[in-house]
Write a protein that binds this ligand. Structure first.
Ligand code: DC
Length: 684
């Protein structure tokens, strides 16, 4: 997950490959609650690990449910309360998770009213702006003690009751269904707690929205032994004597709403091989798979399997659409972004519920799509999007409003080259970690499937002499930007290590080049694996370093490593350090830094590094050694160590890494299209 202030997506041009979806948020939190309320243990497989499920799990733990990892299966073992409160008082913080707030409110209100208790439920400020009044009203009709601690009709809430109390379920319970279907879901999930000799009936007032989500609720209740009878979408009856029964094991489907981004990706960018999405398909219980029909209507070529979806580009440009999206409120947001790639205006209607979600999604979507250049008309319950003209695309810094779906949707604007954008533009996603609500690895997954023109992928080069701190600075800059790193020295070092180990003549250029080409290397973060073995520590040995310095003068070897280094230039971007990153390998890099420090300072740093690893050394010896190496790196005929003409010099002799990093980031900001002083159009 990118825990950084912003993530810049370069212009992207294609996509192909397979994505395994994280578990569905809606199913995960419903299953957790049901498993927490029922008797006995439930083994939950493929649970979504995200912000919203984490708050639900934490709440269940506070209430006394057993939550353990099942070592054998990797599943989660939930031991339920069996309908009996263990804790009669708790303060539960539920973040911005509607799927936790609404059902826990209903369940704890009923439990407190009958068994006695006092529970306070709160969330982030946005949660306290999301209405819950209709549910509160319904619970009060039953005789539950529900207090709104801030504004009436909104969380935070206090739920109270006395032991031995009763709730009145004789009359039908009326709940409104036209603001959020989650109020009805909450009641249906919780009411079996107070099931007795008579059936309990819930009546929906107003047109029920998001019906497919009620379907998920009913199907999961059935898995836990509760067969709700449904009359149309107006009356729901829980039979007398209903009791939750654990099914023993439950498998969570992939998230169909999350699938929508990859369906869109395929429709927009899969011009060769398809994008294959695993974890949902035609047998899904999630209504959002109906998104596939909408995507097809816009032109996507879709093959639907029981548990997978394969998507390729069909019609292009996409076809504009007018669609009632009431049945797919969440996935419909993705259609609003697909509209950027359609001919004409796409109008999505009957989406008033967008206004009470993680943010006011109609307003947010309109504002952010306008930033990238689209023309947008919004109304109380609709949005209409017309794509930018080719010259109308703008590099936009996208606000995400702490809304995962805003971040994931707008990331698709990075495919503007496919819409004929002139010039092509990057997209900046602010607060990218908001995707943690449902899809923590969303961007990594996207970058794994997407392709970009190499020239469009930004590179920062950091060259300099040995022990100048290039590697440390490069890692730190890369981390701040979410970019990949290339420690090019490690390629020379690992070739040296392999040559020493295998007895290859280190002066024979052709042999060394052949050796380098055949190396089986894998980079895992900061670690380098040679033939599957982690050799990161060995690469730092002095003998390896000095051999690397000598062999790096061989033209054949440098040529062999050229393509290897270019391949590191992948979205979202690269920070490459070495000797010739700015001069030879990435001469078009928009920012080149030449890092230096005095020989005395570098010798001292290297000395401390070695001593800390328990290796004895002398400062004078190290200094002589590194000056000799500087000399050799500077004077070799091929790719000598020297600053690129357009490099910025940074002497870090008296600077901490933090200060150097801030300096480089400031230079970078000045060059990008998002700077107010640099080129491009600044966006608020
Ligand atoms: O940065 P380092 O000490 O890990 O590099 C090891 C050797 O590799 C160094 O002495 C010079 C060589 N090298 C090079 O010639 N070109 C690069 N881009 C990086 C390193």
């Amino acid at each position: 997950m990118y825990d950084i202030p912003f993530l810049d997506l370069p212009p992207l041009t294609g996509a192909a490959g397979t994505v395994r979806l994280p578990g569905s948020k809606s199913i995960s939190n419903r299953v957790l609650l049901l498993a927490g309320l029922c008797e006995g243990q439930t083994l939950v497989h493929d649970l979504l690990d995200s912000d919203d499920t984490r708050v639900m799990l934490q709440a269940l733990r506070q209430l006394g449910c057993g939550i353990e990892d099942d070592a054998g299966s990797g599943a989660l073992r939930v031991t339920g309360l069996g309908g009996r409160l263990q804790q009669h008082e708790a303060a539960l913080f539920l973040g911005n998770a509607g799927t936790a707030m609404r059902p826990l409110t209903a369940a704890l209100a009923l439990l407190a009213a009958t068994q006695g208790g006092r529970f306070e439920l709160s969330g982030v400020p946005r949660m306290h702006e999301r209405p819950i009044g209709d549910l509160v009203e319904a619970l009060r009709q039953l005789g539950c003690g529900v207090e709104c601690l801030g504004q009436e009709g909104y969380p935070p809430l206090r739920l109270t009751g006395r032991a031995g109390g009763a709730v009145d379920t004789a009359a039908p319970i009326r709940v409104r269904g036209d603001v959020s279907s989650q109020f009805l879901t909450a009641l249906l999930l919780a009411l079996p707690l107070v099931s007795g000799d008579a059936p309990i009936t819930v009546e929906v007032q107003g047109e029920l929205i998001s019906k497919p989500y009620i379907d998920i609720t009913l199907k999961l209740l059935a898995r836990f032994g509760i067969e709700v009878q449904r009359d149309g979408w107006e009356r729901f009856t829980i039979p007398a004597g209903s009791a939750y029964r654990s099914p023993g094991e439950v498998w969570i489907e992939g998230d169909a709403s999350s699938a929508s981004y990859f369906v869109a990706l395929g429709a927009i960018a899969a011009t060769g091989a398809p994008v294959r999405i695993e974890g949902v398909g035609s047998e899904s219980i999630q209504g959002d798979v109906a998104f596939v029909d909408a995507a097809r209507a816009m032109g996507a070529a879709v093959t639907l399997g029981p548990n997978f979806i394969e998507v390729q580009r069909g019609a292009w440009p996409l076809r504009a659409l007018e669609l009632d999206c009431n049945h797919i409120p969440d996935a419909a947001m993705t259609l609003a972004v697909m509209a950027l790639y359609a001919r004409g205006a796409t109008r999505l209607t009957n989406i008033a519920s967008w206004r009470v979600k993680e943010t006011d999604r109609i307003a947010a979507m309109a504002a952010e799509l306008r930033k990238v250049g689209a023309a947008v008309v919004e109304g109380a319950d609709f949005i209409e999007v017309s794509p930018p003209a080719g010259s109308g695309w703008r590099p936009a810094a996208i606000h995400t409003y702490d809304d995962h779906r805003m971040a994931m949707c707008l990331s698709l604007a990075a495919f503007n080259p496919l819409a004929g954008a002139q010039p092509v533009v990057p997209v900046r996603i602010l607060d990218p970690k908001c995707v943690g609500k449902t899809f923590p690895d969303y961007f990594e997954t996207l970058f794994g499937l997407a392709t970009a023109d190499r020239a469009q992928v930004p590179v920062i080069t950091i060259d300099g002499p040995t022990a100048s701190g290039k590697g440390t600075l490069a890692s730190s800059v890369a981390q701040a930007l979410g970019y990949h790193t290339l420690d090019s020295g490690s390629l020379y070092r690992v070739t040296a290590l392999a040559a020493l180990a295998r007895g290859v003549d280190t002066t024979d250029g052709a042999a060394m080049a052949a050796l380098a080409r055949g190396l089986n290397l894998r980079f895992e973060g900061e670690r380098l694996l040679l033939d599957g073995q982690d050799v990161s520590a060995e690469l730092r040995r002095e003998e390896v370093g000095s051999t690397a310095s000598r062999i790096s003068a061989l033209p054949e070897l440098r040529a062999a490593l050229y393509a290897v280094q270019l391949a590191f230039r992948r979205a979202p971007g690269l920070v490459a350090d070495g000797r010739d990153m700015g001069t030879v390998i990435f001469p078009d890099a928009p920012l080149k830094v030449f890092l230096t420090a005095s020989p005395a300072m570098r010798a001292e740093r290297r000395y401390k590094q070695l001593i800390s690893k328990g290796i004895s050394a002398s400062i004078d010896g190290l200094r002589a050694d590194l000056e000799a190496r500087d000399e050799r790196d500077r004077n070799r005929l091929i790719a000598p160590l020297k600053p690129a003409q357009d490099a910025l010099l940074l002497d870090n002799s008296a600077q901490t890494v933090e200060v150097s990093t801030a300096m480089v980031l400031q230079w970078w900001a000045q060059r990008g299209p998002f700077s107010t002083t640099g080129g491009g159009t600044p966006q608020p």
